[in-house]
Design a protein around this ligand. Sequence first.
Ligand code: KG4
Ligand code: ZN
Length: 462
Amino acid sequence: MALSSVFWRLNLLSKPSVSLRALKPFKPKPRPMSSLPISSKSNSSNFSASKNPTFLDPKPRTPYPQHDLIVLGIETSCDDTAAAVVKSNGEILSQVISSQADLLAQYGGVAPKMAEEAHLQVIDRVVQEALDKANLTERDLSAVAVTIGPGLSLCLRVGVRKARKIAGTFSLPIIGVHHMEAHALVARLTEQELQFPFMALLISGGHNVLILARDLGHYVQLGTTIDDAIGEAYDKIAKWLGLDLRRSGGPAIEELAQEGDAKSIKFSTPMKQHKDCNFSYAGLKTQVRLAIESKNINATIPVSSATSEDRRSRADIAASFQRVAVLHLEERCERAIEWALKIEPSVKHMVVSGGVASNQYVRARLDQVVKKNNLQLVCPPPSLCTDNGVMVAWTGIENFCMGRFDPPPPADEPEDIEFDLRPRWPLGEEYAEGRSEARSMRTARIHPSLTSLVQASLQQQL
Ligand code: KG4
Ligand code: ZN
């Protein structure tokens, strides 16, 4: 029997180059959701996500799962090793995160090989702790969800291997999760009123996207960054200002900015001339670096040891940077709201999520923009904005309830098997009318977007 099946979700399967052995037919444990389309019907093992994206239950299930599912979520896409156990009623049974903050502080950024090593060292403990805190064993789980992209391949692999090991050993279905979809959907866990369609601004260390979420798996990308994400700018500038990076650069800048005068340095707002919803932070970073140099700030002297005058100039720079960085978000959100309402006049909410959304200044400023446009802001609590396992488990639950998941992997899957990871994987298709002339240098797409895969599958079901 081939590996892929009608309930394939994201081709979370070993690549076809790997020799595939016959699988036991998947017999789900008797659980309340047994009405889901669990079938042993299979497609070719030379399955290609782009050519043959078949899966899905043609009749969508209730978007709010009523059944008592319990899902383990695993997240290792960047520098945090996270796991959580979540119930389909939205109850968070446990949440564990092991951060690589010390490595980050030491190297001033994420070094993939070292990050992989750090994940490997803690993954077993993090997952075990998540199960222990939930007072459960693997046998109590309904499924395992794991981030398969975007992110660093070396890091993603650690989580996927662990998830497949558990799913294989305990015969559990597995759901491959898109990291940015998870950042957006976790808002539906915290705000149960949040229905599709809604808008989302997802701001993190590696991503900066504005989307219109029309439905589960149907996202229109209104804007993205043409160079750096805002979180990356916060991190770099924190390093140049000699801040303590152990909690990452964002919180350090946010804190210092409170002491500074945000109008003291006139940085120019990025992309003013581009009437679209894309972002750029590389130029602002350069402006800030020049300001730091002109004030002779020495990053090797930690801000805690700086003279009061030196500390004051660092605070002014932090505050001035933050004001303009967030102004850029505000301007793009204003336009994106206009665009989104043209496409979906029933939009009522704007979700702001991802690590940078835990910033209080960011929240307050975006709240004003959203309110002015008669929408409501939905921000998950800070602990669910930064990378976490809850968002992965929840996204797993949402997709599982629509029949979008994979069968359990073989229990004896070899350790060195190659997985279908998606380091560069857009969430949605670009909004055609909003296409920018300012093109990204980073256009290489390894995978078709999540939305194109889901929509192609739905078409096939018709
Ligand atoms: O979503 P996330 O945890 O990981 C990625 O997917 O990248 O986001 C991490 C980013 C980092 O750049 C970090 O500096 C930023 O979120 N961040 C913040 C704050 N907390 C975390 N940025 C600004 N203010 C904060 N309070
Ligand atoms: Zn993230």
